[in-house]
Design a protein around this ligand. Sequence first.
Ligand code: NCD
Length: 306
Amino acid sequence: MRKDLISMEDLEKNEIQEYLTMAEKVEAMPLEERVKLLPGRIMAAMFFEPSTRTRLSFESAMHRLGGSVIGFAAKDATSVAKGESFTDTIHTVESYSDILVIRHPGEGTARLAAQESYLPVINAGDGANQHPTQTLLDLYTIRKDLGKIEGLKVAFVGDLKYSRTVHSLIRALMKFNVTDFTLVAPETLRLPEYFMHSDEPGRFRFHETERIEVAIQECDVLYMTRIQRERFPDLVEYEKVKDSYVLTAEMLSEAKDHLRVLHPLPRVNEIAYDVDNTKFAGYFPQARNGVIMRQAILLKHLGVTL
Ligand code: NCD
Protein backbone atom coordinates (compact mmCIF):
# COMPACT_ATOMS: atom_id res chain seq x y z
CA MET A 1 0.00 0.00 0.00
CA ARG A 2 1.40 3.39 -1.02
CA LYS A 3 1.84 5.93 1.77
CA ASP A 4 1.19 8.93 -0.50
CA LEU A 5 -0.84 10.06 -3.49
CA ILE A 6 1.40 12.37 -5.50
CA SER A 7 1.10 11.73 -9.25
CA MET A 8 -1.01 9.66 -11.64
CA GLU A 9 2.29 8.67 -13.22
CA ASP A 10 3.05 6.58 -10.13
CA LEU A 11 -0.14 4.49 -10.23
CA GLU A 12 -0.80 1.23 -12.06
CA LYS A 13 -4.24 0.72 -13.58
CA ASN A 14 -5.24 -1.74 -10.86
CA GLU A 15 -4.35 0.79 -8.17
CA ILE A 16 -6.53 3.40 -9.85
CA GLN A 17 -9.33 0.83 -9.98
CA GLU A 18 -8.99 0.30 -6.23
CA TYR A 19 -9.79 3.97 -5.62
CA LEU A 20 -12.81 3.76 -7.93
CA THR A 21 -14.10 0.63 -6.17
CA MET A 22 -13.55 2.22 -2.77
CA ALA A 23 -15.53 5.30 -3.86
CA GLU A 24 -18.39 3.07 -5.03
CA LYS A 25 -18.46 1.36 -1.64
CA VAL A 26 -18.40 4.73 0.13
CA GLU A 27 -21.27 6.04 -1.97
CA ALA A 28 -23.37 2.95 -1.23
CA MET A 29 -22.90 3.38 2.52
CA PRO A 30 -25.52 5.28 4.55
CA LEU A 31 -24.24 8.59 5.98
CA GLU A 32 -24.79 7.42 9.57
CA GLU A 33 -22.41 4.48 8.94
CA ARG A 34 -19.80 6.59 7.15
CA VAL A 35 -19.50 8.98 10.08
CA LYS A 36 -18.20 6.15 12.29
CA LEU A 37 -15.17 5.42 10.10
CA LEU A 38 -12.51 7.95 11.20
CA PRO A 39 -13.29 9.10 14.76
CA GLY A 40 -10.44 11.00 16.40
CA ARG A 41 -8.39 11.27 13.22
CA ILE A 42 -7.16 14.68 12.08
CA MET A 43 -6.58 15.86 8.53
CA ALA A 44 -4.33 18.88 7.94
CA ALA A 45 -5.38 20.95 4.93
CA MET A 46 -2.33 22.98 3.93
CA PHE A 47 -3.34 25.27 1.07
CA PHE A 48 -0.62 27.61 -0.17
CA GLU A 49 -2.79 28.45 -3.23
CA PRO A 50 -6.47 29.44 -3.62
CA SER A 51 -9.10 26.70 -3.70
CA THR A 52 -12.83 26.30 -3.24
CA ARG A 53 -13.77 22.77 -4.28
CA THR A 54 -10.64 20.83 -3.47
CA ARG A 55 -10.22 22.21 0.03
CA LEU A 56 -13.86 22.32 1.04
CA SER A 57 -14.69 18.90 -0.40
CA PHE A 58 -11.71 17.40 1.45
CA GLU A 59 -12.85 19.09 4.66
CA SER A 60 -16.45 17.99 4.15
CA ALA A 61 -15.26 14.46 3.36
CA MET A 62 -13.24 14.26 6.59
CA HIS A 63 -16.02 15.69 8.79
CA ARG A 64 -18.57 13.31 7.30
CA LEU A 65 -16.29 10.40 8.17
CA GLY A 66 -16.29 11.50 11.80
CA GLY A 67 -12.79 12.99 11.71
CA SER A 68 -11.73 16.58 12.13
CA VAL A 69 -9.72 19.14 10.23
CA ILE A 70 -7.02 21.71 10.93
CA GLY A 71 -5.24 23.86 8.40
CA PHE A 72 -4.91 27.07 6.49
CA ALA A 73 -6.29 28.43 3.25
CA ALA A 74 -3.54 30.94 2.46
CA LYS A 75 0.13 31.09 3.34
CA ASP A 76 -0.21 34.70 4.58
CA ALA A 77 -1.92 33.40 7.70
CA THR A 78 1.02 31.12 8.61
CA SER A 79 4.64 31.46 9.71
CA VAL A 80 5.66 31.03 6.07
CA ALA A 81 4.86 34.75 5.87
CA LYS A 82 7.54 35.24 8.57
CA GLY A 83 10.08 33.35 6.50
CA GLU A 84 9.65 29.78 7.75
CA SER A 85 10.64 27.15 5.20
CA PHE A 86 8.25 24.68 3.56
CA THR A 87 9.95 21.68 5.15
CA ASP A 88 9.91 23.20 8.65
CA THR A 89 6.18 23.85 8.16
CA ILE A 90 5.66 20.20 7.17
CA HIS A 91 7.59 18.90 10.20
CA THR A 92 5.52 21.09 12.50
CA VAL A 93 2.10 20.25 11.12
CA GLU A 94 2.86 16.51 10.93
CA SER A 95 3.00 16.36 14.72
CA TYR A 96 -0.55 17.80 14.95
CA SER A 97 -2.32 15.50 12.48
CA ASP A 98 -2.64 12.05 10.83
CA ILE A 99 -2.65 12.96 7.13
CA LEU A 100 -1.44 15.98 5.12
CA VAL A 101 -3.38 17.38 2.15
CA ILE A 102 -1.17 19.92 0.39
CA ARG A 103 -1.70 22.43 -2.43
CA HIS A 104 1.25 24.53 -3.48
CA PRO A 105 2.23 26.59 -6.56
CA GLY A 106 5.63 24.87 -6.77
CA GLU A 107 5.94 21.80 -8.97
CA GLY A 108 7.37 18.87 -7.03
CA THR A 109 6.46 20.25 -3.59
CA ALA A 110 4.03 17.44 -2.78
CA ARG A 111 6.73 14.87 -3.58
CA LEU A 112 9.18 16.76 -1.38
CA ALA A 113 6.67 16.80 1.49
CA ALA A 114 6.09 13.06 1.06
CA GLN A 115 9.82 12.38 1.29
CA GLU A 116 10.16 14.58 4.36
CA SER A 117 7.14 13.34 6.31
CA TYR A 118 6.29 10.01 7.92
CA LEU A 119 2.60 10.82 7.41
CA PRO A 120 0.60 10.08 4.26
CA VAL A 121 0.76 13.09 1.92
CA ILE A 122 -2.00 13.78 -0.60
CA ASN A 123 -1.20 16.13 -3.48
CA ALA A 124 -4.07 18.60 -3.91
CA GLY A 125 -2.29 20.27 -6.85
CA ASP A 126 1.36 21.24 -7.32
CA GLY A 127 1.75 24.09 -9.79
CA ALA A 128 1.11 23.08 -13.38
CA ASN A 129 2.27 19.54 -12.65
CA GLN A 130 -0.31 17.12 -11.18
CA HIS A 131 -3.72 17.03 -9.50
CA PRO A 132 -4.36 13.33 -8.85
CA THR A 133 -7.40 13.64 -6.57
CA GLN A 134 -9.18 15.64 -9.29
CA THR A 135 -8.29 12.95 -11.82
CA LEU A 136 -9.68 10.20 -9.62
CA LEU A 137 -12.97 12.05 -9.25
CA ASP A 138 -13.01 12.76 -12.99
CA LEU A 139 -12.58 9.07 -13.76
CA TYR A 140 -15.30 8.20 -11.25
CA THR A 141 -17.62 10.73 -12.90
CA ILE A 142 -16.89 9.49 -16.43
CA ARG A 143 -17.56 5.87 -15.45
CA LYS A 144 -20.75 6.80 -13.61
CA ASP A 145 -22.11 8.97 -16.42
CA LEU A 146 -21.03 6.96 -19.46
CA GLY A 147 -20.86 3.44 -18.00
CA LYS A 148 -17.20 2.91 -18.94
CA ILE A 149 -13.87 4.63 -19.49
CA GLU A 150 -12.18 2.28 -21.97
CA GLY A 151 -12.40 3.25 -25.62
CA LEU A 152 -14.06 6.65 -25.17
CA LYS A 153 -13.10 9.60 -27.33
CA VAL A 154 -12.02 12.47 -25.12
CA ALA A 155 -11.41 16.11 -26.05
CA PHE A 156 -9.52 18.63 -23.92
CA VAL A 157 -10.19 22.32 -24.52
CA GLY A 158 -8.41 25.48 -23.35
CA ASP A 159 -5.19 25.79 -21.41
CA LEU A 160 -3.50 22.46 -22.10
CA LYS A 161 -0.06 23.81 -21.29
CA TYR A 162 -0.58 24.75 -17.66
CA SER A 163 -3.64 22.69 -16.58
CA ARG A 164 -2.51 20.14 -14.01
CA THR A 165 -5.97 18.56 -14.23
CA VAL A 166 -5.37 17.80 -17.91
CA HIS A 167 -1.84 16.54 -17.33
CA SER A 168 -3.01 14.12 -14.66
CA LEU A 169 -6.12 12.94 -16.51
CA ILE A 170 -4.46 12.26 -19.88
CA ARG A 171 -1.93 9.96 -18.24
CA ALA A 172 -4.67 8.07 -16.40
CA LEU A 173 -6.90 7.73 -19.48
CA MET A 174 -4.00 6.25 -21.45
CA LYS A 175 -3.80 3.51 -18.81
CA PHE A 176 -7.52 2.84 -19.36
CA ASN A 177 -7.11 2.22 -23.07
CA VAL A 178 -8.42 5.59 -24.16
CA THR A 179 -6.45 5.99 -27.38
CA ASP A 180 -8.23 8.81 -29.20
CA PHE A 181 -7.70 12.37 -27.97
CA THR A 182 -8.69 15.69 -29.51
CA LEU A 183 -6.72 18.66 -28.23
CA VAL A 184 -8.18 22.12 -28.73
CA ALA A 185 -5.89 24.95 -27.66
CA PRO A 186 -4.45 28.22 -28.88
CA GLU A 187 -0.96 27.81 -30.34
CA THR A 188 0.74 29.16 -27.19
CA LEU A 189 -1.18 26.84 -24.84
CA ARG A 190 -0.70 23.50 -26.62
CA LEU A 191 -0.18 20.32 -24.62
CA PRO A 192 3.54 19.77 -23.99
CA GLU A 193 4.92 17.12 -26.39
CA TYR A 194 6.00 14.94 -23.49
CA PHE A 195 2.42 13.93 -22.70
CA MET A 196 1.89 12.54 -26.19
CA HIS A 197 4.76 10.10 -25.95
CA SER A 198 4.24 6.47 -25.05
CA ASP A 199 6.28 3.29 -25.08
CA GLU A 200 3.97 1.97 -27.79
CA PRO A 201 4.41 4.21 -30.85
CA GLY A 202 1.24 4.50 -32.94
CA ARG A 203 -1.13 3.26 -30.26
CA PHE A 204 -2.41 6.70 -29.26
CA ARG A 205 -3.87 9.31 -31.60
CA PHE A 206 -3.66 12.99 -30.65
CA HIS A 207 -5.58 15.22 -33.00
CA GLU A 208 -4.55 18.84 -32.42
CA THR A 209 -6.86 21.55 -33.67
CA GLU A 210 -7.80 25.14 -32.84
CA ARG A 211 -11.47 24.45 -33.78
CA ILE A 212 -13.73 23.41 -30.92
CA GLU A 213 -16.48 22.36 -33.38
CA VAL A 214 -14.40 19.32 -34.37
CA ALA A 215 -14.24 18.20 -30.75
CA ILE A 216 -17.97 18.71 -30.17
CA GLN A 217 -18.96 16.51 -33.10
CA GLU A 218 -16.58 13.62 -32.47
CA CYS A 219 -16.22 13.17 -28.74
CA ASP A 220 -17.90 11.40 -25.83
CA VAL A 221 -16.31 13.64 -23.19
CA LEU A 222 -15.57 17.34 -23.68
CA TYR A 223 -13.21 18.39 -20.88
CA MET A 224 -13.18 22.18 -20.67
CA THR A 225 -10.54 24.16 -18.76
CA ARG A 226 -9.99 27.69 -17.60
CA ILE A 227 -7.20 29.79 -19.10
CA GLN A 228 -5.14 30.14 -15.91
CA ARG A 229 -4.09 33.75 -15.55
CA GLU A 230 -1.89 33.04 -12.51
CA ARG A 231 0.39 30.64 -14.43
CA PHE A 232 1.40 33.10 -17.18
CA PRO A 233 4.86 34.62 -16.82
CA ASP A 234 3.67 37.47 -19.10
CA LEU A 235 0.14 38.88 -18.69
CA VAL A 236 0.22 40.35 -22.20
CA GLU A 237 0.21 36.75 -23.44
CA TYR A 238 -2.76 35.96 -21.17
CA GLU A 239 -4.75 38.89 -22.59
CA LYS A 240 -4.22 37.54 -26.11
CA VAL A 241 -5.72 34.11 -25.40
CA LYS A 242 -8.06 34.56 -22.42
CA ASP A 243 -11.31 34.32 -24.39
CA SER A 244 -10.19 31.82 -27.02
CA TYR A 245 -13.02 29.35 -26.39
CA VAL A 246 -16.53 29.94 -25.12
CA LEU A 247 -18.83 26.93 -25.27
CA THR A 248 -22.52 27.80 -25.76
CA ALA A 249 -25.67 25.67 -25.74
CA GLU A 250 -26.18 26.36 -29.42
CA MET A 251 -22.79 24.91 -30.32
CA LEU A 252 -23.83 21.64 -28.68
CA SER A 253 -26.59 20.99 -31.24
CA GLU A 254 -23.97 19.06 -33.23
CA ALA A 255 -22.99 16.83 -30.29
CA LYS A 256 -23.57 13.12 -29.79
CA ASP A 257 -26.61 12.49 -27.62
CA HIS A 258 -24.59 11.13 -24.69
CA LEU A 259 -21.77 13.75 -24.74
CA ARG A 260 -20.73 14.92 -21.27
CA VAL A 261 -19.23 18.35 -20.76
CA LEU A 262 -16.88 18.22 -17.76
CA HIS A 263 -14.80 20.97 -16.15
CA PRO A 264 -12.73 20.84 -12.95
CA LEU A 265 -14.06 24.36 -12.19
CA PRO A 266 -13.83 27.25 -11.48
CA ARG A 267 -15.08 28.48 -14.86
CA VAL A 268 -14.41 32.04 -15.83
CA ASN A 269 -16.27 32.43 -19.11
CA GLU A 270 -15.33 29.37 -21.16
CA ILE A 271 -18.75 27.77 -20.58
CA ALA A 272 -21.76 30.05 -21.13
CA TYR A 273 -24.44 29.81 -18.44
CA ASP A 274 -26.99 28.50 -20.96
CA VAL A 275 -25.03 25.23 -21.14
CA ASP A 276 -25.93 24.54 -17.48
CA ASN A 277 -29.52 23.73 -18.41
CA THR A 278 -28.66 21.27 -21.17
CA LYS A 279 -28.50 17.48 -20.74
CA PHE A 280 -24.79 17.65 -21.58
CA ALA A 281 -23.69 19.60 -18.48
CA GLY A 282 -21.83 17.29 -16.12
CA TYR A 283 -19.62 19.70 -14.15
CA PHE A 284 -21.70 20.31 -11.04
CA PRO A 285 -22.38 16.58 -10.44
CA GLN A 286 -18.64 16.13 -11.09
CA ALA A 287 -17.85 18.57 -8.25
CA ARG A 288 -20.29 16.69 -5.98
CA ASN A 289 -18.43 13.45 -6.67
CA GLY A 290 -15.39 15.16 -5.15
CA VAL A 291 -16.59 14.46 -1.62
CA ILE A 292 -17.13 10.75 -2.30
CA MET A 293 -13.78 10.25 -4.00
CA ARG A 294 -11.95 12.22 -1.30
CA GLN A 295 -13.58 10.09 1.38
CA ALA A 296 -12.29 7.02 -0.47
CA ILE A 297 -8.80 8.56 -0.62
CA LEU A 298 -8.76 9.49 3.08
CA LEU A 299 -9.96 6.02 4.12
CA LYS A 300 -7.45 4.24 1.92
CA HIS A 301 -4.46 6.31 3.05
CA LEU A 302 -5.48 6.07 6.72
CA GLY A 303 -5.61 2.29 6.42
CA VAL A 304 -9.36 1.66 6.63
CA THR A 305 -10.76 -1.14 4.46
CA LEU A 306 -14.44 -1.53 3.60
C1 NCD B 1 -8.35 23.22 -10.86
C2 NCD B 1 -6.97 23.38 -10.24
O1 NCD B 1 -6.84 23.94 -9.15
O2 NCD B 1 -6.05 22.91 -10.87
N1 NCD B 1 -9.40 23.42 -9.94
C3 NCD B 1 -9.78 22.41 -9.10
O3 NCD B 1 -9.02 21.93 -8.29
N2 NCD B 1 -11.03 21.93 -9.23
C4 NCD B 1 -8.51 23.96 -12.14
C5 NCD B 1 -8.38 25.45 -12.15
O4 NCD B 1 -8.05 26.09 -11.17
O5 NCD B 1 -8.63 26.02 -13.22
